[in-house]
Design a protein around this ligand. Structure first.
Ligand SMILES: C[C@@]1(CC(=O)O)c2cc3[nH]c(cc4nc(cc5[nH]c(cc(n2)[C@H]1CCC(=O)O)[C@@](C)(CC(=O)O)[C@@H]5CCC(=O)O)C(CC(=O)O)=C4CCC(=O)O)c(CCC(=O)O)c3CC(=O)O
Ligand SMILES: [Co+2]
Length: 247
Protein backbone atom coordinates (compact mmCIF):
# COMPACT_ATOMS: atom_id res chain seq x y z
CA UNK A 1 0.00 0.00 0.00
CA UNK A 2 1.45 3.37 -0.99
CA UNK A 3 1.36 5.58 2.13
CA UNK A 4 -0.95 8.60 1.99
CA UNK A 5 0.67 11.54 3.76
CA UNK A 6 -1.93 14.19 4.47
CA UNK A 7 -0.17 17.52 4.98
CA UNK A 8 -1.95 20.06 7.16
CA UNK A 9 -0.93 23.65 7.84
CA UNK A 10 -0.54 23.36 11.62
CA UNK A 11 -1.48 25.85 14.33
CA UNK A 12 -0.56 27.01 17.82
CA UNK A 13 -4.20 26.26 18.64
CA UNK A 14 -4.48 22.55 19.56
CA UNK A 15 -8.04 22.41 18.22
CA UNK A 16 -6.64 22.70 14.70
CA UNK A 17 -4.61 19.46 14.66
CA UNK A 18 -7.42 17.65 16.47
CA UNK A 19 -9.97 18.78 13.89
CA UNK A 20 -7.77 17.69 11.00
CA UNK A 21 -7.11 14.29 12.58
CA UNK A 22 -10.85 13.83 13.11
CA UNK A 23 -11.52 14.65 9.45
CA UNK A 24 -9.11 11.90 8.39
CA UNK A 25 -10.95 9.34 10.54
CA UNK A 26 -13.44 8.89 7.70
CA UNK A 27 -10.54 7.58 5.55
CA UNK A 28 -9.64 5.01 8.17
CA UNK A 29 -13.27 3.89 8.35
CA UNK A 30 -13.89 3.77 4.62
CA UNK A 31 -10.42 2.45 3.65
CA UNK A 32 -9.18 0.47 6.66
CA UNK A 33 -6.30 -1.04 4.67
CA UNK A 34 -4.80 2.35 3.71
CA UNK A 35 -1.63 3.61 5.40
CA UNK A 36 -2.72 7.18 6.30
CA UNK A 37 -0.25 9.48 8.05
CA UNK A 38 -0.71 13.10 9.09
CA UNK A 39 2.10 15.65 8.84
CA UNK A 40 2.28 19.41 9.36
CA UNK A 41 3.94 22.25 7.49
CA UNK A 42 4.60 24.21 10.67
CA UNK A 43 3.67 24.65 14.35
CA UNK A 44 2.74 20.98 15.01
CA UNK A 45 4.56 17.68 14.78
CA UNK A 46 5.29 15.38 13.09
CA UNK A 47 6.70 17.61 10.35
CA UNK A 48 6.55 16.66 6.67
CA UNK A 49 10.30 15.77 6.57
CA UNK A 50 9.90 13.58 9.66
CA UNK A 51 7.03 11.61 8.13
CA UNK A 52 8.67 11.25 4.71
CA UNK A 53 11.90 10.02 6.34
CA UNK A 54 9.89 7.55 8.43
CA UNK A 55 8.09 6.26 5.34
CA UNK A 56 11.45 5.76 3.60
CA UNK A 57 12.88 4.06 6.70
CA UNK A 58 9.90 1.66 6.64
CA UNK A 59 11.18 0.54 3.22
CA UNK A 60 8.49 2.16 1.06
CA UNK A 61 9.51 3.08 -2.47
CA UNK A 62 6.55 5.39 -3.13
CA UNK A 63 4.57 7.92 -1.13
CA UNK A 64 1.70 10.23 -2.06
CA UNK A 65 1.44 13.60 -0.36
CA UNK A 66 -2.02 15.18 -0.24
CA UNK A 67 -1.91 18.89 0.70
CA UNK A 68 -4.80 19.82 2.98
CA UNK A 69 -4.86 23.27 1.42
CA UNK A 70 -7.79 25.17 -0.02
CA UNK A 71 -5.82 27.63 -2.13
CA UNK A 72 -2.88 27.72 -4.47
CA UNK A 73 -0.64 30.24 -2.69
CA UNK A 74 2.62 30.29 -0.74
CA UNK A 75 2.22 26.96 1.06
CA UNK A 76 1.12 25.04 -2.05
CA UNK A 77 3.42 26.73 -4.56
CA UNK A 78 6.65 27.45 -2.63
CA UNK A 79 6.75 25.98 0.86
CA UNK A 80 5.63 22.37 0.27
CA UNK A 81 7.50 21.91 -3.06
CA UNK A 82 10.75 22.99 -1.34
CA UNK A 83 10.14 20.57 1.55
CA UNK A 84 9.47 17.73 -0.91
CA UNK A 85 12.57 18.55 -2.99
CA UNK A 86 14.73 18.29 0.16
CA UNK A 87 13.07 15.03 1.16
CA UNK A 88 13.72 13.55 -2.29
CA UNK A 89 17.40 14.49 -2.01
CA UNK A 90 17.67 12.81 1.40
CA UNK A 91 15.70 9.73 0.28
CA UNK A 92 16.64 9.07 -3.36
CA UNK A 93 14.94 5.66 -3.35
CA UNK A 94 11.56 7.13 -2.33
CA UNK A 95 9.35 8.28 -5.19
CA UNK A 96 7.27 11.13 -3.73
CA UNK A 97 4.19 12.24 -5.67
CA UNK A 98 2.31 15.37 -4.68
CA UNK A 99 -1.45 15.25 -5.26
CA UNK A 100 -3.55 18.28 -6.16
CA UNK A 101 -4.68 20.58 -3.34
CA UNK A 102 -8.22 20.16 -2.02
CA UNK A 103 -9.00 23.51 -3.67
CA UNK A 104 -12.52 24.49 -4.58
CA UNK A 105 -13.87 20.97 -5.05
CA UNK A 106 -17.66 20.92 -5.45
CA UNK A 107 -18.00 18.73 -2.35
CA UNK A 108 -16.21 21.35 -0.24
CA UNK A 109 -18.42 24.08 -1.69
CA UNK A 110 -21.45 21.99 -0.68
CA UNK A 111 -19.86 21.41 2.75
CA UNK A 112 -19.54 25.18 3.21
CA UNK A 113 -23.25 25.57 2.38
CA UNK A 114 -24.16 22.76 4.82
CA UNK A 115 -22.03 24.41 7.49
CA UNK A 116 -23.90 27.71 7.07
CA UNK A 117 -27.29 25.95 7.04
CA UNK A 118 -26.34 24.15 10.28
CA UNK A 119 -26.48 27.51 12.09
CA UNK A 120 -30.26 27.37 11.57
CA UNK A 121 -30.69 29.85 8.71
CA UNK A 122 -33.23 28.97 6.02
CA UNK A 123 -32.03 28.70 2.42
CA UNK A 124 -34.83 31.02 1.26
CA UNK A 125 -34.27 33.72 3.91
CA UNK A 126 -33.17 36.95 2.16
CA UNK A 127 -32.22 38.59 5.46
CA UNK A 128 -29.17 36.28 5.73
CA UNK A 129 -25.75 37.83 5.05
CA UNK A 130 -22.67 35.62 4.92
CA UNK A 131 -19.15 36.88 5.68
CA UNK A 132 -17.33 34.11 3.80
CA UNK A 133 -13.91 34.12 5.39
CA UNK A 134 -10.70 32.64 3.98
CA UNK A 135 -7.18 32.94 5.37
CA UNK A 136 -6.04 35.29 2.59
CA UNK A 137 -2.84 35.51 0.57
CA UNK A 138 -0.58 38.14 -0.92
CA UNK A 139 -1.15 36.24 -4.16
CA UNK A 140 -4.17 37.97 -5.73
CA UNK A 141 -5.11 34.92 -7.79
CA UNK A 142 -5.64 32.90 -4.60
CA UNK A 143 -8.01 35.55 -3.20
CA UNK A 144 -9.83 35.79 -6.51
CA UNK A 145 -10.28 32.02 -6.44
CA UNK A 146 -11.87 32.34 -2.99
CA UNK A 147 -14.20 35.08 -4.22
CA UNK A 148 -15.30 32.78 -7.05
CA UNK A 149 -16.37 30.15 -4.51
CA UNK A 150 -18.91 32.54 -2.94
CA UNK A 151 -21.63 32.45 -5.65
CA UNK A 152 -21.29 28.66 -5.80
CA UNK A 153 -21.95 28.44 -2.04
CA UNK A 154 -25.04 30.69 -2.20
CA UNK A 155 -26.40 29.22 -5.47
CA UNK A 156 -30.08 28.35 -5.04
CA UNK A 157 -30.38 30.35 -1.81
CA UNK A 158 -31.70 33.86 -1.06
CA UNK A 159 -28.53 34.72 0.91
CA UNK A 160 -26.18 37.64 0.32
CA UNK A 161 -22.48 36.95 0.77
CA UNK A 162 -19.16 38.77 0.71
CA UNK A 163 -15.71 37.15 0.56
CA UNK A 164 -13.31 38.31 3.28
CA UNK A 165 -9.85 37.45 4.57
CA UNK A 166 -8.23 36.91 7.95
CA UNK A 167 -4.79 38.09 6.87
CA UNK A 168 -2.81 39.51 3.93
CA UNK A 169 -5.83 40.82 2.00
CA UNK A 170 -9.07 42.74 2.39
CA UNK A 171 -11.86 43.14 3.18
CA UNK A 172 -11.66 41.87 6.75
CA UNK A 173 -14.49 39.81 8.21
CA UNK A 174 -15.53 42.88 10.24
CA UNK A 175 -15.82 45.15 7.21
CA UNK A 176 -17.59 42.46 5.17
CA UNK A 177 -20.20 42.15 7.95
CA UNK A 178 -20.63 45.93 8.08
CA UNK A 179 -21.26 45.94 4.35
CA UNK A 180 -23.86 43.18 4.69
CA UNK A 181 -25.52 44.85 7.69
CA UNK A 182 -25.70 48.21 5.87
CA UNK A 183 -27.25 46.55 2.83
CA UNK A 184 -30.09 45.27 5.05
CA UNK A 185 -28.98 41.81 6.20
CA UNK A 186 -30.35 41.32 9.72
CA UNK A 187 -28.98 37.77 10.22
CA UNK A 188 -25.20 37.67 9.93
CA UNK A 189 -23.25 34.42 9.60
CA UNK A 190 -19.46 34.16 9.69
CA UNK A 191 -18.68 31.20 7.46
CA UNK A 192 -15.25 29.61 7.14
CA UNK A 193 -13.45 28.85 3.92
CA UNK A 194 -10.97 27.36 6.35
CA UNK A 195 -10.40 23.79 7.32
CA UNK A 196 -10.03 24.01 11.07
CA UNK A 197 -10.57 26.28 14.04
CA UNK A 198 -7.41 28.22 14.88
CA UNK A 199 -6.02 31.65 15.64
CA UNK A 200 -7.01 33.21 12.33
CA UNK A 201 -10.54 31.84 12.40
CA UNK A 202 -11.03 32.97 16.01
CA UNK A 203 -9.75 36.42 15.16
CA UNK A 204 -12.20 36.79 12.26
CA UNK A 205 -15.13 35.57 14.37
CA UNK A 206 -14.22 37.77 17.34
CA UNK A 207 -14.08 40.88 15.18
CA UNK A 208 -17.56 40.25 13.80
CA UNK A 209 -19.11 39.27 17.14
CA UNK A 210 -17.70 42.39 18.78
CA UNK A 211 -19.80 44.57 16.47
CA UNK A 212 -22.68 42.10 16.07
CA UNK A 213 -23.03 39.93 19.20
CA UNK A 214 -25.87 37.95 17.62
CA UNK A 215 -23.83 36.93 14.56
CA UNK A 216 -23.83 33.18 13.98
CA UNK A 217 -20.60 31.24 13.60
CA UNK A 218 -20.64 28.35 11.12
CA UNK A 219 -18.44 25.30 11.84
CA UNK A 220 -15.15 24.87 9.95
CA UNK A 221 -14.93 22.49 7.01
CA UNK A 222 -13.20 19.63 8.86
CA UNK A 223 -16.49 18.95 10.68
CA UNK A 224 -17.81 17.66 7.34
CA UNK A 225 -17.12 14.22 5.83
CA UNK A 226 -16.41 15.91 2.48
CA UNK A 227 -12.83 16.69 3.52
CA UNK A 228 -11.99 12.99 3.93
CA UNK A 229 -13.75 12.13 0.69
CA UNK A 230 -11.82 14.73 -1.31
CA UNK A 231 -8.52 13.60 0.28
CA UNK A 232 -9.27 10.02 -0.80
CA UNK A 233 -10.00 11.14 -4.33
CA UNK A 234 -6.84 13.28 -4.57
CA UNK A 235 -4.78 10.30 -3.33
CA UNK A 236 -6.29 7.86 -5.83
CA UNK A 237 -5.86 10.32 -8.72
CA UNK A 238 -2.17 10.82 -7.81
CA UNK A 239 -1.54 7.07 -7.50
CA UNK A 240 -3.19 6.51 -10.86
CA UNK A 241 -1.42 9.41 -12.58
CA UNK A 242 1.95 8.15 -11.41
CA UNK A 243 1.20 4.55 -12.34
CA UNK A 244 0.18 5.56 -15.85
CA UNK A 245 3.34 7.62 -16.22
CA UNK A 246 5.53 4.76 -14.98
CA UNK A 247 3.95 2.21 -17.35
C1 LIG B 1 -1.66 32.73 13.10
C2 LIG B 1 -0.60 32.41 12.06
C3 LIG B 1 0.49 31.54 12.59
C4 LIG B 1 1.03 31.94 13.92
O1 LIG B 1 1.93 32.78 13.92
O2 LIG B 1 0.56 31.37 14.91
C5 LIG B 1 -1.19 31.64 10.88
C6 LIG B 1 -1.97 30.53 11.04
C7 LIG B 1 -2.59 29.77 10.04
N1 LIG B 1 -2.45 29.93 8.69
C8 LIG B 1 -3.23 29.02 8.04
C9 LIG B 1 -3.35 28.90 6.66
C10 LIG B 1 -2.74 29.70 5.70
N2 LIG B 1 -1.77 30.66 5.93
C11 LIG B 1 -1.45 31.25 4.75
C12 LIG B 1 -0.53 32.29 4.62
C13 LIG B 1 0.02 33.10 5.56
N3 LIG B 1 -0.13 32.91 6.90
C14 LIG B 1 0.53 33.87 7.58
C15 LIG B 1 0.55 34.03 8.95
C16 LIG B 1 -0.08 33.30 9.93
N4 LIG B 1 -0.83 32.16 9.70
C17 LIG B 1 -0.01 33.67 11.38
C18 LIG B 1 -0.83 34.94 11.67
C19 LIG B 1 -0.11 36.20 11.25
C20 LIG B 1 -1.04 37.37 11.37
O3 LIG B 1 -1.21 37.87 12.50
O4 LIG B 1 -1.62 37.81 10.37
C21 LIG B 1 1.25 34.82 6.68
C22 LIG B 1 0.77 36.24 6.94
C23 LIG B 1 2.70 34.95 6.85
C24 LIG B 1 3.44 33.70 7.28
O5 LIG B 1 2.99 32.54 7.16
O6 LIG B 1 4.55 33.90 7.75
C25 LIG B 1 0.91 34.29 5.26
C26 LIG B 1 0.20 35.43 4.52
C27 LIG B 1 -0.04 35.30 3.10
C28 LIG B 1 1.12 35.49 2.21
O7 LIG B 1 2.30 35.60 2.66
O8 LIG B 1 0.84 35.60 1.02
C29 LIG B 1 -2.22 30.68 3.72
C30 LIG B 1 -2.18 31.10 2.27
C31 LIG B 1 -0.92 30.70 1.61
O9 LIG B 1 -0.71 29.49 1.35
O10 LIG B 1 -0.10 31.60 1.33
C32 LIG B 1 -3.03 29.70 4.30
C33 LIG B 1 -4.13 28.89 3.61
C34 LIG B 1 -3.68 27.59 3.16
C35 LIG B 1 -4.77 26.97 2.34
O11 LIG B 1 -5.68 26.34 2.90
O12 LIG B 1 -4.69 27.09 1.12
C36 LIG B 1 -3.89 28.19 9.01
C37 LIG B 1 -4.83 27.06 8.71
C38 LIG B 1 -6.24 27.57 8.45
C39 LIG B 1 -7.18 26.45 8.12
O13 LIG B 1 -7.39 25.56 8.98
O14 LIG B 1 -7.75 26.43 7.00
C40 LIG B 1 -3.46 28.67 10.28
C41 LIG B 1 -3.82 28.10 11.64
C42 LIG B 1 -4.39 29.11 12.59
O15 LIG B 1 -5.17 29.98 12.22
O16 LIG B 1 -4.05 28.99 13.77
CO1 LIG C 1 -0.85 31.09 7.77
Amino acid sequence: MIPLIAVAHGSRDPRSARAVAAALAVLRTEHPEWDVRLAFLDLNTPSVPQVLDAVAADGHRRAVVVPLLLGSAFHARVDLPAILADARTRNPLLDVTCADILGDDARLVAAARDSIASTGVALDDPSVGIAFCAVGSRRDEANTATARVVPRVTAGTAWSAVACYATAAGPTAASASELLARSGCSTLVVAPWMLAPGLLWDRACAAVVEAHPDARIAPTLTTHAAVGHVVAERYLAAVHRNTVRAA
